[in-house]
Write a protein that binds this ligand. Structure first.
Ligand code: PGA
Length: 254
Protein backbone atom coordinates (compact mmCIF):
# COMPACT_ATOMS: atom_id res chain seq x y z
CA UNK A 1 0.00 0.00 0.00
CA UNK A 2 0.98 3.59 -0.46
CA UNK A 3 2.11 5.60 2.55
CA UNK A 4 0.39 8.94 2.64
CA UNK A 5 2.53 12.00 2.07
CA UNK A 6 2.17 15.58 3.26
CA UNK A 7 4.66 17.92 1.60
CA UNK A 8 5.12 21.61 2.35
CA UNK A 9 6.09 23.99 -0.42
CA UNK A 10 7.35 27.16 1.25
CA UNK A 11 7.75 28.86 -2.16
CA UNK A 12 9.70 32.15 -1.92
CA UNK A 13 8.98 32.62 1.76
CA UNK A 14 11.19 32.43 4.87
CA UNK A 15 14.70 33.80 5.13
CA UNK A 16 17.38 31.43 6.39
CA UNK A 17 16.73 32.54 9.98
CA UNK A 18 12.96 32.25 9.65
CA UNK A 19 13.30 28.89 7.90
CA UNK A 20 15.37 27.43 10.71
CA UNK A 21 12.80 28.73 13.19
CA UNK A 22 9.91 27.17 11.27
CA UNK A 23 11.74 23.85 11.00
CA UNK A 24 12.40 23.89 14.75
CA UNK A 25 8.75 24.63 15.42
CA UNK A 26 7.69 21.78 13.18
CA UNK A 27 10.18 19.39 14.78
CA UNK A 28 8.63 20.09 18.17
CA UNK A 29 5.02 19.84 16.88
CA UNK A 30 5.85 16.46 15.36
CA UNK A 31 8.11 15.13 18.10
CA UNK A 32 5.86 12.12 18.67
CA UNK A 33 6.39 11.00 15.08
CA UNK A 34 4.19 10.92 12.01
CA UNK A 35 3.11 7.26 11.97
CA UNK A 36 3.16 5.94 8.44
CA UNK A 37 2.82 9.41 6.89
CA UNK A 38 5.85 10.62 4.93
CA UNK A 39 6.41 14.30 5.60
CA UNK A 40 8.56 16.54 3.40
CA UNK A 41 9.41 20.23 3.71
CA UNK A 42 10.61 22.16 0.68
CA UNK A 43 12.24 25.46 1.71
CA UNK A 44 13.96 27.96 -0.60
CA UNK A 45 17.42 26.79 -1.77
CA UNK A 46 19.37 29.04 0.59
CA UNK A 47 17.49 27.60 3.59
CA UNK A 48 18.15 23.94 2.74
CA UNK A 49 21.33 23.50 4.74
CA UNK A 50 19.89 25.20 7.81
CA UNK A 51 16.75 23.05 7.75
CA UNK A 52 18.91 19.93 7.21
CA UNK A 53 20.80 20.81 10.40
CA UNK A 54 17.58 21.16 12.35
CA UNK A 55 16.38 17.77 11.07
CA UNK A 56 19.64 16.17 12.15
CA UNK A 57 19.93 17.85 15.54
CA UNK A 58 16.30 17.32 16.53
CA UNK A 59 15.95 13.94 14.82
CA UNK A 60 12.88 15.47 13.21
CA UNK A 61 10.50 13.07 11.43
CA UNK A 62 10.47 14.87 8.12
CA UNK A 63 12.54 14.83 4.96
CA UNK A 64 14.05 17.71 3.06
CA UNK A 65 13.05 18.72 -0.45
CA UNK A 66 14.13 21.45 -2.86
CA UNK A 67 11.78 23.48 -5.05
CA UNK A 68 13.74 23.33 -8.29
CA UNK A 69 16.83 21.85 -9.94
CA UNK A 70 18.74 22.09 -13.20
CA UNK A 71 19.46 18.93 -15.16
CA UNK A 72 23.14 19.50 -15.92
CA UNK A 73 25.81 18.14 -13.58
CA UNK A 74 27.79 21.38 -13.20
CA UNK A 75 29.18 24.22 -15.27
CA UNK A 76 28.34 27.62 -16.67
CA UNK A 77 24.64 27.87 -15.76
CA UNK A 78 24.53 31.02 -13.66
CA UNK A 79 21.91 30.93 -10.95
CA UNK A 80 21.07 27.25 -11.25
CA UNK A 81 21.42 24.35 -8.79
CA UNK A 82 22.66 20.88 -9.78
CA UNK A 83 21.21 17.62 -8.39
CA UNK A 84 24.50 16.80 -6.68
CA UNK A 85 24.35 20.11 -4.79
CA UNK A 86 20.94 19.13 -3.43
CA UNK A 87 22.03 15.68 -2.24
CA UNK A 88 25.12 17.20 -0.67
CA UNK A 89 23.01 19.35 1.66
CA UNK A 90 20.66 16.50 2.50
CA UNK A 91 17.73 17.02 0.13
CA UNK A 92 16.06 13.76 -0.84
CA UNK A 93 13.04 15.21 -2.69
CA UNK A 94 12.60 17.99 -5.23
CA UNK A 95 9.48 19.67 -6.58
CA UNK A 96 9.50 20.03 -10.36
CA UNK A 97 7.03 21.47 -12.82
CA UNK A 98 5.15 23.65 -10.38
CA UNK A 99 2.66 25.81 -12.27
CA UNK A 100 4.45 28.94 -11.00
CA UNK A 101 7.63 27.73 -12.69
CA UNK A 102 5.75 26.79 -15.83
CA UNK A 103 3.88 30.10 -15.90
CA UNK A 104 6.42 32.69 -14.71
CA UNK A 105 9.64 31.03 -15.84
CA UNK A 106 8.52 29.33 -19.03
CA UNK A 107 9.26 25.74 -18.02
CA UNK A 108 8.05 23.18 -20.52
CA UNK A 109 7.10 19.54 -20.13
CA UNK A 110 10.35 18.68 -21.87
CA UNK A 111 12.32 20.62 -19.22
CA UNK A 112 10.37 18.88 -16.45
CA UNK A 113 11.10 15.48 -17.99
CA UNK A 114 14.82 16.26 -18.11
CA UNK A 115 14.75 17.43 -14.51
CA UNK A 116 13.02 14.21 -13.41
CA UNK A 117 15.65 12.11 -15.15
CA UNK A 118 18.51 14.10 -13.60
CA UNK A 119 17.01 13.84 -10.11
CA UNK A 120 16.34 10.12 -10.35
CA UNK A 121 19.87 9.51 -11.56
CA UNK A 122 21.04 11.07 -8.30
CA UNK A 123 18.52 9.24 -6.12
CA UNK A 124 16.39 12.33 -5.44
CA UNK A 125 12.64 11.76 -5.51
CA UNK A 126 10.81 14.13 -7.89
CA UNK A 127 7.51 15.61 -6.77
CA UNK A 128 6.29 16.33 -10.27
CA UNK A 129 3.42 18.82 -10.52
CA UNK A 130 0.68 19.00 -13.09
CA UNK A 131 -2.65 20.79 -13.32
CA UNK A 132 -4.94 22.78 -15.55
CA UNK A 133 -5.85 26.46 -15.77
CA UNK A 134 -9.36 27.77 -15.14
CA UNK A 135 -9.84 28.19 -18.88
CA UNK A 136 -9.06 24.52 -19.55
CA UNK A 137 -11.29 23.44 -16.64
CA UNK A 138 -14.20 25.55 -17.88
CA UNK A 139 -13.82 24.06 -21.34
CA UNK A 140 -14.17 20.62 -19.72
CA UNK A 141 -10.78 19.53 -21.01
CA UNK A 142 -8.98 19.18 -17.66
CA UNK A 143 -8.59 15.38 -17.65
CA UNK A 144 -7.29 15.30 -21.19
CA UNK A 145 -4.90 18.20 -20.44
CA UNK A 146 -3.42 16.64 -17.31
CA UNK A 147 -3.09 13.19 -18.90
CA UNK A 148 -1.11 14.82 -21.70
CA UNK A 149 1.19 16.51 -19.16
CA UNK A 150 1.75 13.20 -17.37
CA UNK A 151 2.66 11.44 -20.62
CA UNK A 152 5.18 14.13 -21.53
CA UNK A 153 6.62 14.56 -18.04
CA UNK A 154 7.23 10.83 -17.55
CA UNK A 155 8.48 10.02 -21.05
CA UNK A 156 11.34 7.53 -20.92
CA UNK A 157 11.50 7.43 -17.11
CA UNK A 158 12.49 4.14 -15.57
CA UNK A 159 10.54 3.62 -12.38
CA UNK A 160 11.41 0.42 -10.57
CA UNK A 161 10.55 1.61 -7.05
CA UNK A 162 7.23 3.48 -7.19
CA UNK A 163 7.87 5.13 -3.83
CA UNK A 164 10.63 7.11 -5.55
CA UNK A 165 8.39 9.13 -7.86
CA UNK A 166 5.58 11.38 -6.67
CA UNK A 167 2.98 13.34 -8.61
CA UNK A 168 1.11 16.39 -7.35
CA UNK A 169 -2.12 17.37 -9.07
CA UNK A 170 -2.58 21.08 -8.52
CA UNK A 171 -5.34 22.80 -10.46
CA UNK A 172 -3.92 26.29 -11.08
CA UNK A 173 -7.22 27.99 -10.29
CA UNK A 174 -7.10 26.55 -6.76
CA UNK A 175 -3.52 27.57 -5.87
CA UNK A 176 -3.29 30.33 -3.28
CA UNK A 177 -6.80 31.45 -4.13
CA UNK A 178 -8.69 29.92 -1.24
CA UNK A 179 -10.77 28.21 -3.91
CA UNK A 180 -10.28 24.47 -3.46
CA UNK A 181 -11.28 21.80 -5.86
CA UNK A 182 -13.83 19.44 -4.33
CA UNK A 183 -12.62 16.04 -3.22
CA UNK A 184 -14.54 14.58 -6.16
CA UNK A 185 -12.80 16.97 -8.59
CA UNK A 186 -9.45 15.82 -7.18
CA UNK A 187 -10.40 12.15 -7.40
CA UNK A 188 -11.54 12.50 -11.01
CA UNK A 189 -8.13 13.77 -12.12
CA UNK A 190 -5.98 11.75 -9.69
CA UNK A 191 -7.80 8.59 -10.83
CA UNK A 192 -7.11 9.48 -14.47
CA UNK A 193 -3.46 10.08 -13.58
CA UNK A 194 -3.17 6.63 -12.02
CA UNK A 195 -4.85 5.03 -15.03
CA UNK A 196 -2.34 6.77 -17.31
CA UNK A 197 0.56 5.64 -15.10
CA UNK A 198 -0.75 2.07 -15.33
CA UNK A 199 -0.79 2.28 -19.12
CA UNK A 200 2.80 3.54 -19.15
CA UNK A 201 4.45 1.64 -16.28
CA UNK A 202 2.06 -1.22 -15.53
CA UNK A 203 -0.54 -1.53 -12.79
CA UNK A 204 1.81 -2.59 -10.02
CA UNK A 205 4.05 0.47 -10.40
CA UNK A 206 1.03 2.76 -10.83
CA UNK A 207 -0.47 1.40 -7.63
CA UNK A 208 2.67 2.36 -5.71
CA UNK A 209 3.10 5.93 -6.96
CA UNK A 210 1.78 8.60 -4.61
CA UNK A 211 -0.54 11.14 -6.24
CA UNK A 212 -1.02 14.23 -4.08
CA UNK A 213 -3.60 16.99 -4.31
CA UNK A 214 -2.52 20.62 -4.00
CA UNK A 215 -4.34 23.95 -4.12
CA UNK A 216 -5.58 25.71 -0.97
CA UNK A 217 -5.30 22.49 1.03
CA UNK A 218 -5.81 23.38 4.70
CA UNK A 219 -6.14 21.63 8.08
CA UNK A 220 -9.93 21.81 7.80
CA UNK A 221 -10.28 20.29 4.32
CA UNK A 222 -7.39 17.85 3.92
CA UNK A 223 -9.22 14.86 5.43
CA UNK A 224 -11.91 15.06 2.75
CA UNK A 225 -9.31 14.72 -0.02
CA UNK A 226 -7.54 11.86 1.72
CA UNK A 227 -10.74 9.82 1.82
CA UNK A 228 -10.58 9.52 -1.94
CA UNK A 229 -9.13 6.36 -3.39
CA UNK A 230 -6.50 7.91 -5.61
CA UNK A 231 -5.52 10.89 -3.45
CA UNK A 232 -2.52 9.92 -1.34
CA UNK A 233 -1.69 13.18 0.35
CA UNK A 234 -1.26 16.89 -0.17
CA UNK A 235 1.24 19.41 -1.46
CA UNK A 236 0.66 22.40 0.77
CA UNK A 237 1.67 26.01 0.11
CA UNK A 238 0.22 28.68 2.40
CA UNK A 239 -0.72 26.35 5.25
CA UNK A 240 2.85 24.96 5.40
CA UNK A 241 4.25 28.32 6.52
CA UNK A 242 3.10 27.87 10.12
CA UNK A 243 4.28 24.90 12.18
CA UNK A 244 0.91 24.37 13.87
CA UNK A 245 -1.22 24.36 10.72
CA UNK A 246 1.19 22.12 8.81
CA UNK A 247 1.47 19.72 11.75
CA UNK A 248 -2.34 19.64 11.97
CA UNK A 249 -2.46 18.48 8.35
CA UNK A 250 0.09 15.76 9.03
CA UNK A 251 -1.99 14.62 12.01
CA UNK A 252 -5.14 14.61 9.91
CA UNK A 253 -3.37 12.20 7.53
CA UNK A 254 -2.22 9.84 10.29
P1 PGA B 1 -1.49 26.70 -1.73
O1 PGA B 1 -0.27 26.27 -2.71
O2 PGA B 1 -1.64 25.58 -0.74
O3 PGA B 1 -1.02 27.98 -1.08
O4 PGA B 1 -2.69 26.87 -2.59
C1 PGA B 1 -0.09 24.94 -3.12
C2 PGA B 1 1.07 24.86 -4.08
O5 PGA B 1 1.18 25.73 -4.97
O6 PGA B 1 1.93 23.94 -3.99
Amino acid sequence: MRNRMIAGNWKMNKTYTEGVELAEGLASELQDGTGSVDVVVCPPAVDLKGVAEVIEQKKAPFALGAQNVYWEESGAYTGETAPDMLTNVGATYCIIGHSERRGYFGETDEDINRKAKALMKHGIVPISCCGESLEVREAGKHVEFVVDQIKKDTEGLEITDPSKYVIAYEPIWAIGTGKTATADDAQEVCGAIRKTLAEIFGQEIADGIRVLYGGSAKPNNVAGFLEKEDVDGALVGGASLKADSFAAMVKAAM
